[in-house]
Design a protein around this ligand. Structure first.
Ligand code: B12
Ligand code: SF4
Length: 376
């Protein structure tokens, strides 16, 4: 049996061959302070409607409660650095801005496939048990990644690396092997707080703390309700996720352009025309977003986001399409179509539309939007 150092070298080579850009090792202990902070986050309700976070809080606090046999955790990262500044596309008002991570194939699928490839190699080579995780399991990926030396949790709470800036996907392989751990990375944010200052919705109550309920990423991807009015204008043209806090980070000067073909941006998923998106029905939505993480949120919540961007475009040429959405089957879409028309047409036209549509409306939230429109 090779010694632990040789096993680790073998694993690093296998992971590099699979396409991972950074590979580090840590042990499962020492997460207590992070578990306490995680608990504080839940107690303050900052997870919003992501109830699964609260339900599995105990398992998240210590990897050994997830799998008692785990001895080492291999942290792996894949670079998805964009080739242009994502803050630039926020200026394209007639287009929707999709966050960089969702412009190519779903990273969950890509990372998981590669993790399994490395895990199979470990199992075959050393007869060790392995389990792979990316994103969805109750694993504190960022604190573990910092502990393994892969990078540090910036004030925006995501992992930053001196080699790749803020553009990294994380995954982990739990194993029964005893591998030599790497030293943790230290914080390199210093006095900078650009990510906190740029946030359009003030989602950071303090450095290294995010209130997910105010985060545009949460609102546009996770939130299954009517987006509160205070967030609609700040959302601008962001229709799926948000990259502002990542994009502004000065450490991105070391970022490297992605080289994984699966993450190459699909043109229709980068900054699509809002006019095209408004016409998507269930079937065409599923076709366009096949293989993309966007597909998971479903057509109705996505078009809800699109209608907010349409309002923020202030482009009255969109009015005929907005009017068609007033009769949409989804109340989330209808409500935001009402909000959008308040920004796109004059009071006279608004009154005509209210007279045409309000009497047939049955959904209380949409009725409320019509009433608010009258008062604006
Ligand atoms: C839930 C979740 C979200 C939520 C909440 C995000 C968050 N910061 O918690 C939402 C939907 C908002 C989200 C958004 C995004 N996400 Co996300 N998300 C996750 C997920 C599934 C869990 C994260 C988690 O545990 N959060 C709970 C908080 C408490 O943990 P934490 O952020 O580590 O917080 C620590 C400190 O900040 C501090 N702290 C936090 N709150 C508080 C409160 C108090 C009082 C105190 C004292 C301390 C404290 O203590 C915590 C422990 O050390 C992870 C995958 C995973 N399994 O880890 C991906 C993950 C973090 N997401 C990822 C990505 C890419 C994103 C987005 C960039 C996507 C986008 N472009 O829209 C944004 C970034 C927004 C941001 N600034 O965080 C990547 C990040 C990769 C990286 N380089 O770090 C991950 C790791 C997925 C992956 N496998 O690659 N995400
Ligand atoms: S923008 Fe500044 S504070 Fe935020 S993560 Fe980057 S270095 Fe840290």
């Amino acid at each position: 049996m090779p010694d632990p150092k040789s096993q680790k070298d073998h694993i690093i080579k296998a992971a590099q061959a699979a396409g991972f850009d950074l590979i580090r090792v840590t042990n499962p202990g020492g997460l207590r302070p992070h578990a306490d902070h995680f608990r504080a986050f839940i107690d303050l309700d900052r997870h919003g409607d992501m109830l699964w976070m609260a339900e599995k809080a105990d398992r998240r606090s210590d990897p050994r409660t997830l799998w008692p046999d785990v001895r080492s955790i291999i942290l792996l990262a894949m670079n998805y650095g964009p080739d242009s500044d994502p803050l630039e596309t926020l200026k394209l008002k007639d287009r929707g801005n999709i966050s960089v991570y969702a412009r190519g194939k779903d990273y969950h699928d890509v990372v998981k496939k590669k993790l399994k490839q490395v895990a199979r190699d470990i199992h075959r080579s050393f007869d060790a048990e392995v389990k792979v995780f990316v994103d969805t399991a109750p694993v504190m990926e960022k604190p573990l990644a910092q502990k393994s030396g892969l990078g540090w949790q910036g004030k925006h709470t995501n992992l930053v690396s001196r080699e790749f800036g803020s553009w990294l996907f994380l995954g982990s392989i739990f194993t029964t092997l005893d591998l030599p751990p790497d030293p943790p990375e230290r914080d390199h944010c210093g006095s900078c707080q650009k990510c906190i200052d740029i946030c359009p919705t003030d989602a950071f109550p303090a450095p290294n703390q995010l209130d997910a309920r105010r985060c545009i990423s949460y609102l546009t991807i996770e939130y299954k309700g009517h987006i509160a009015e205070e967030f609609r204008k700040p959302m601008g043209n962001r229709i799926y996720g948000c990259d502002d806090c990542l994009s502004i980070c000065p450490w991105n000067k070391y970022a490297q352009k992605l080289d994984e073909p699966a993450y190459l941006p699909r043109p229709e998923l980068s900054f699509p025309e809002l006019g095209d998106l408004m016409e998507l029905d269930d079937k065409s939505f599923r076709q366009v977003f096949s293989g993309s993480p966007i597909k998971r949120i479903g057509r109705d919540y996505f078009i809800r986001n699109v209608m907010i961007a349409v309002g923020n475009s202030r482009n009255s040429n969109f009015m005929p399409q907005v009017e068609r959405r007033l009769a949409d089957s989804s109340p989330y879409v209808r409500a935001m179509a009402v909000w959008a028309l308040g920004l796109l047409c004059d009071k006279e036209k608004q009154t005509v539309l209210r007279n045409n549509y309000l009497s047939d409306e049955t959904d209380v939230s949409v009725i409320r939007e019509w009433q608010k429109l009258k008062r604006r």
